[in-house]
Design a binder for this molecule. Structure first.
Ligand SMILES: Nc1ncnc2c1ncn2[C@@H]1O[C@H](COP(=O)(O)OP(=O)(O)OP(=O)(O)O)[C@@H](O)[C@H]1O
Length: 693
């Protein structure tokens, strides 16, 4: 297995002087020239040399290209890589690692090149990439990709190295997935805290990319490497932060020539255990020492630079990691079988314990196969929906809600179908009614024409009158039916509205689900808009038909040479004007609806933004409330304990008093007995004397 001795590389990155620092009168006390960096500490200039020093105007992607891309190449050759950001709070560590949209950080840049490489090698090589994301705060570990509450432990596997037992490893088949996982994890890191900045300043996070690869169609053993991206806790006051102090002690133990060869306190904290390969182990390591250029921070800058100097002396022994999972599993199985035989004849306690460890090692080794990692990843995906939802990460809730909402959606769909059918019936019925009206008008016209002509016989008059009467009756009943349909339609619409309301309140119950609510609102609004549009269109059509009908009637009459009386004329004109006005009103209504829609859209967007912010705050507050409860509980507990302690002390004192009193009484009793005995003796003597006399 090829291996290389390598030194931990240290690059200093000074962030720009922030506006807030400038307004406070902060001055730039850092000068950079080549790999040298000088800090003016109140008139005294101190100079340090590193593997690189970069000023504030340097973009993260340039730093990535320059310093991290070669490390990615190493990782692709099978070496482990560790990229760490170290520095005081506010020195720009997170900015460097995560970056912004305009200035993507080291993690997004590396993500991009990693998958570019994977694409380029398609056909020749197969890659299997997974990620884990852990946060360590006050020695507590949080699985940022799947924030569960199961116990997690740092363990060491004899062949696979150091790992966190219980940490979810998720498959990232493409750069987009990896970016999403990193983003969600970073968000989960924020969501758990009441004071995001203080929390981040005190916590460490490690985002690890596991790259497994093998040559396509080859039985050659594949490669297996890890890329650790570490955002260390803020170092201002290294003394006050014990786990960072532990990192400092490890750096000093390995990097300080006076302490070389001595004990390295990796086991002092979880972060140092997890960085064991990065400092003095099997990895190519790069430490970004992040500093602020401001005089206000010069003390913190000096602490960072001193540790950076020590870190640069650390030597690592990096080797190519072959994917020997299959062999490891076979070896472990063999060892387990041997031990099992031994245990059947002679079961010693240490052998039983060793057996337990071996079985656990085998379990871990078995989880390293691509198939098993894939299976577990799917299982974690399921779990993390709930865990992330509990943490307020919304996207997953949305997905699951869509499923949960299905029943309600189906109900609404059925109602919509019923409504559509009713609408169709309504339209058809109205068309028929309108036709009948038209027919009736015609029949009345024919009848009056016949009557005017004076040619009408009794029979023909009767027939016409009967037909008119029948039609009138039919029209009446059909109009009734139309009314009924309309009423039914109204009821269904109302039912639909209440169901939607229910659905919405159900959605409301899901805390933080602003996106989903917005999606539901948008969908609902679209439906209402569509329905309104249909109604308006329908009305317009009806009014149009009425106008046409009138026009036709007038034309008919004109053609028949009918002279309108001024009364009829003005009646018709009024009717036309009314219809026109009706049409205008509808058009106006439509305009108003459009305006209302735009206004609602704006209100909704504002409400959405506001709600989203409020939800986040609420979640943070809830967490705070929980902490307050816990504090009160702790106080009550200690008050009770104190009370019981007091009672116990009293009881002990009483017991002591009673026992001393008891001793006194025993003594008294004894002396009384003595006295009685003496009195008895005297009595006997006196009785003797009396008898003698
Ligand atoms: N290169 C940069 N360009 C512009 N602004 C920067 C740069 N680096 C850092 N900043 C700004 O400096 C501030 C502190 O940066 P950041 O939050 O990354 O510090 P940090 O070291 O991660 O702090 P903490 O330890 O508290 O998490 C932020 O407002 C950030 O936007």
């Amino acid at each position: 297995m090829p291996s290389e001795t390598t030194q931990v590389k240290v690059v200093v990155k000074a962030r720009p002087l922030l506006e807030v620092e400038e307004t406070k009168g902060g001055k730039n006390v850092v000068k950079i020239s080549g790999d040298k960096i000088s800090v003016d500490t109140g008139g005294k200039e101190q100079t340090f040399v590193y593997d690189g020093s970069f000023a504030g105007d340097v973009k993260a992607n340039q730093l990535y290209k320059d310093r991290c891309e070669p490390l990615l190449q190493k990782a692709l050759e099978g070496y482990n890589v560790s990229i760490m950001a170290f520095g005081a709070t506010g020195s720009g560590k997170s900015h460097l690692m995560s970056g912004t949209e305009d200035d993507p950080g080291i993690v997004p840049c590396l993500n991009h090149s990693l998958y570019k490489h994977v694409e380029e090698k398609a056909g020749k090589k197969e890659f299997f990439i997974t990620v884990t994301f852990v946060e360590i705060l006050d020695e507590q570990m949080t699985d940022l990709l799947n924030p569960h509450s199961n116990e997690m432990r740092v363990r060491q596997h004899p062949q696979l190295g150091i790992y966190v037992d219980g940490l979810s490893e998720l498959v990232a088949n493409d750069g987009e997935t990896l970016a999403k996982l990193y983003e969600q994890g970073s968000r989960a890191r924020k969501m758990g805290a009441t004071d995001v900045r203080a929390h981040r300043a005190r916590s460490h996070s490690i985002f690890t990319i596991h790259v497994d690869q093998k040559e396509s169609n080859s039985s050659k053993v594949g490669l297996k490497s890890t890329i650790q991206m570490v955002d260390l806790a803020g170092s201002e006051g290294v003394d006050s932060n014990s786990s960072l102090q532990a990192v400092a002690r490890v750096i000093a133990a390995l990097g300080d020539s006076k302490k070389k060869g001595g004990h390295v306190p990796y086991r002092d904290s979880r972060i140092t255990r997890l960085l064991q390969e990065a400092f003095g182990g099997n990895a190519f390591s790069l430490m970004f020492a992040c500093i602020s250029p401001a005089d206000l921070f010069s003390q913190e800058t000096m602490v960072t630079l001193q540790y950076a100097t020590l870190a640069r002396n650390i030597k690592n022994e990096a080797r190519v990691n072959l994917d020997e999972t299959t062999h490891i599993i076979a070896d472990l199985r063999e060892e387990i079988a041997r031990l099992r035989d031994k245990l059947t004849t002679n079961s010693k306690k240490e052998d039983v314990m060793k057996m337990e460890d071996l079985i656990h090692d085998l379990q871990i080794a078995k989880r390293q196969t691509w198939e098993e990692k894939q299976r577990l990843s799917i299982q974690y995906e399921e779990e993390r929906k709930t865990n992330l939802a509990n943490k307020g990460i919304l996207e997953w809730v949305m997905d699951s809600m869509r499923k949960g909402d299905k029943e309600m959606q189906e109900k609404l769909l059925l109602l919509q179908k019923e409504k559509d059918q009713l609408m169709l019936q309504y339209k058809e019925k109205r068309k028929a009614v309108d036709g009948m009206k038209e027919d009736l008008q015609k029949k009345i016209a024919e009848y009056s024409k016949m009557a005017d002509s004076g040619k009408a016989t009794d029979a023909s008059t009767k027939a016409k009158v009967t037909a008119i009467h029948e039609l009138k009756e039919l029209l009446k009943s059909e109009s009734e039916r139309l009314k009924e349909i309309k009423q039914h339609l109204k009821e269904v619409t109302e039912k639909q509205r209440t169901e939607r309301e229910d659905a919405r309140s159900q959605n409301m119950m899901l805390r933080g689900n602003a996106e989903l609510r917005q999606a539901v609102e948008i969908e609902e609004r679209k439906k209402i808009e569509m329905e309104n549009a249909i109604m308006v269109e329908d009305e317009m059509e009806r009014v149009g038909r009425e106008v046409d009908f009138l026009r036709m009637e007038i034309q008919n009459k004109v053609e028949q040479g009918k002279q309108y009386s001024s009364e009829e004329g003005s009646k018709l004109e009024i009717e036309v004007a009314e219809l026109k006005a009706e049409r205008q009103v509808i058009a106006l209504q439509q305009q108003v609806l459009e305006q209302e829609k735009a206004r609602l859209q704006r209100t909704l967007d504002d409400a959405y933004k506001h709600h989203k912010e409020e939800t986040e705050i609420l979640q943070l507050q809830n967490f705070q409330t929980f902490r307050n409860y816990r504090e009160v509980f702790e106080q009550q507990k200690s008050a009770l304990e104190q009370r019981y302690r007091g009672l116990l002390e009293d009881a002990v004192q009483d017991a002591v008093f009673m026992s001393s009193r008891n001793a006194e009484m025993v003594e008294e009793n004894q002396s009384l007995r003595q006295e009685i005995a003496e009195l008895k003796d005297r009595l006997t003597v006196l009785e003797g004397q009396a008898a003698a006399n």
